[in-house]
Design a protein around this ligand. Structure first.
Ligand code: IVH
Length: 671
């Protein structure tokens, strides 16, 4: 393709991708499949690699830039980013209206815009001729920090304004809130907990920490979101008379504008909307800490102006505090499904936001120690959104010397086994496989996606059957009585029959799947595939010695020992014998599967959307193929995920066939 055609095609691709990003990230209503989107994106990246001088700053490929060193640079806001005065009751809200009416000195009837007050951090985005040129945090309102590179990674932030919002002004400063939704927050903290990193106290801190990163790649991995709620100078949108209109214009430019924003004809309606938000806030996917009320007319806003720190035309009505102080009476330890032992605070009951709280999570032993809690402490407890109540910190000034250290238990509170807290780990664990808490986990794994994947037996269902005493051991999945099952709450004749049938079908399985399902330590899908390839049958594998196992390429001594240990354990042998009696049958791989990819070499680049890299490798291994780690002539296929690296260009040069994730799936399905 020549330069000119490339330039035209690039412009087209950028427009198309920006359109689909907007459908997906802003409107939550995609119109193409992920596969099609990936193809467009790949075409863009490839063309840009061939014509690097044609890369533009608004290209979707340019969201993640290079890390900065030193620190975030200070930026002065052209117009100060003000704060808001607060009201705490309907009566105070009415005083706010009275103040405005007195100030204006005429009998104007006021309309308002009531907006949920998102709990994140305020930022200002500067667009010149429609192009995002800089972004800054609020800071102290006068000077903020330059977070341009990080803001660019947020997919809900348009890099170029769309013209559906009417003509794009030469310069506009858009203001809004960067926040993290509760699901992303929970996921981030879970990952941090597992990695032994300190947890974020709430989504706001997580959003702030993620935005104020020196490396935009880190910000990009954090799933931040952005809602626009205003502009620095409404005059920039000369034809707008109302704030409500201005928000519609922002939506037209491609911004997310919160769907719970209401234009209210009277202060009574504003109050009604507050009650409504208060009612639904627990169910929202993100945290809000109140409502912001703004005078709708921009002309009146301008007449009202601002005092030193806050405008006269807007006010925040916060929800009642979701924190309270109370006394820490005791710490109990509970064993989770994963064998992790979690400290739980037992509190003097206290009311927080209309709910009585008498227990709160302490997350894990390391978090508990970091907070420096002692029994008898006065503590601050908070409820955030619908997150479980948590102990924030002790109020140390209130100590009187009677407080006692919190002792860690030596034994599992469920089964009594000696607990383990390996050096450097944050989670106290019950190591006993016989521990009921752990056995439940093993059952969930067995029937789950990484195990036999038995339809109808998700974690909840397994837990229900466990509690009903119908499932004690993995073999019980194959002798369930459909009539008894149908009697359980939430089940019916049909679903019970289907589930029993699904279990029966799943009993005929590949060796690799069965091995992965058994939950042998260190044996995931990849190792299971290697074992299947080498041994073909369960009997052959069970007879193998440690040495023979560790001879297999990809299986180290630790893994070999763990496999040996598992099959040497009489309890496990008995369990396997029972499984076989009840119909578990290892199927030979079909002819096609056996030789399907024999001799073929695969290479991966980019992130796969529907499976992990390990799972993808397992698929290749199970079908007799090999996986390479660098591009070379022996590579037959390059499987290309999201954000492919330099391997892609190199593979193209060598004429290696490039597969999309969908194509790869198709080729290896049935694995
Ligand atoms: S308007 C002059 N609207 O609340 C108007 N602020 O205390 C100033 N906030 O720092 C802001 N949602 O981070 C406005 N819909 C909303 C908001 C909102 C959240 C935050 C913002 C600001 C703080 C004001």
């Amino acid at each position: 393709m020549d330069r000119e055609r490339a330039q035209a095609r690039l412009a087209e691709l950028r427009r198309e991708i920006a359109y689909h990003d907007h459908r997906y990230y802003v409107l939550d209503d995609p119109v193409i499949s992920d596969g099609e989107y990936d193809r467009l994106f790949r075409e863009l990246v490839e063309l840009e690699e061939r014509f690097p001088d044609l890369v533009t700053p608004d290209s979707p490929s340019q969201r993640v830039g290079a890390a900065v060193s030193g620190g975030l640079a200070p930026v002065a806001h052209r117009l100060p980013m003000l704060s808001l005065d607060n009201v705490v009751s309907a009566a105070e809200l009415r005083e706010f209206e009275q103040r405005i009416l007195r100030f204006l000195g005429d009998g104007t009837s006021l309309s308002y815009v009531a907006e949920p007050k998102l709990d994140g951090l305020a930022v200002e985005l500067v667009y010149k001729d429609g192009l995002l040129v800089s972004a800054a945090t609020r800071g102290d309102g006068v000077t903020g920090e330059d977070v341009t590179a990080n803001i660019r990674t947020i997919k809900a932030v348009p890099l170029r304004l769309q013209e559906n919002g009417g003509p794009v002004p030469a310069r506009i400063e858009v203001r809004g809130e960067v926040f993290m939704d509760l699901e992303s927050f929970a996921r981030l903290n879970r990952e941090r907990g597992e990695a032994g990193e300190p947890l974020f106290a709430n989504p706001r801190n997580a959003a702030a920490g993620s935005l104020r990163q020196l490396d935009p790649a880190v910000t990009g991995s954090r799933r931040l979101d952005f809602h626009a709620y205003g502009v620095a100078e409404p005059e920039a949108l000369a034809d707008c008379e109302y704030h409500g209109e201005l928000l519609s214009r922002l939506a037209g430019f491609g911004f997310k504008v919160n769907p719970l924003i209401r234009v209210c004809g009277s202060i009574g309606e504003v109050e009604e909307h507050f009650r409504h938000l208060e009612e639904i806030r627990q169910g929202l996917p993100y945290e809000i800490d109140g409502m912001v009320v703004k005078v709708d007319s921009l002309a009146l806003q301008s007449r009202l102006g601002a005092r030193a720190r806050a405008p006269r035309w807007a006010v925040a009505w916060k929800f009642p505090a979701m924190q309270a102080t109370t006394r820490l009476k005791e710490v109990e330890f509970s064993v989770g499904r994963t064998g992790a032992v979690t400290p739980v605070a037992v509190l003097e009951p206290v009311e927080i936001g209309g709910v009585t709280v008498s227990r709160a999570t302490l997350h894990n032993v390391s978090e508990m120690r970091r907070k420096g809690l002692m029994l008898g402490d006065t503590v601050i407890v908070q409820r955030a959104g619908d997150v479980i109540p948590e102990v924030v910190k002790p109020v140390e000034e209130k100590r009187n010397g009677s407080e006692r250290e919190i002792a860690l238990p030596d034994n599992c509170p469920v089964c009594g086994a000696d607990l383990e807290l390996p050096e450097g780990e944050v989670v106290l664990r019950c190591p006993s496989l016989a521990c009921p808490a752990q056995r439940l986990r093993a059952l969930i794994h067995f029937a789950g996606k990484s195990g036999l994947d038995i339809e109808g037996f998700g974690a909840k269902a397994v837990e229900q059957l466990w509690e009903a005493g119908m499932l004690k051991d993995v073999a019980d999945f194959f002798t369930l009585d459909p009539e008894k099952l149908a009697e359980l709450p939430g089940w019916g004749e049909k679903s019970a029959e289907n589930a029993v049938m699904a279990a029966r079908n799943a009993a005929k399985t590949r060796l690799s799947r069965l091995l992965a399902a058994l939950g042998i330590r260190h044996v995931g899908e990849v190792t299971a595939a290697l074992l299947e390839k080498r041994f073909r049958s369960l009997d052959a594998l069970m007879a193998a010695g440690e040495e023979e196992l560790s001879e297999i390429e990809g299986i180290g001594p630790q893994v070999a020992a763990s496999i040996r240990e598992f099959f040497a354990d009489p309890e496990n042998r008995r369990r396997i014998a029972t499984l076989q009696e009840r119909g578990i049958e290892v199927m030979a791989p079909s002819a096609e599967e056996k030789g399907g990819l024999a001799g073929k070499v695969f290479l991966f680049t980019g992130k796969l959307a529907s499976m992990s890299r390990n799972e993808a490798k397992a698929r290749v291994a199970a079908l007799g193929g090999q996986v390479a780690s660098t591009v070379g002539r022996k590579v037959d296929f390059l499987v290309c995920g999201e954000k492919p690296g330099s391997k892609l260009a190199r593979a193209r040069e060598l004429g290696i066939r490039v597969l999309s994730e969908d194509e790869f799936r198709e080729m290896t399905d049935g694995f």
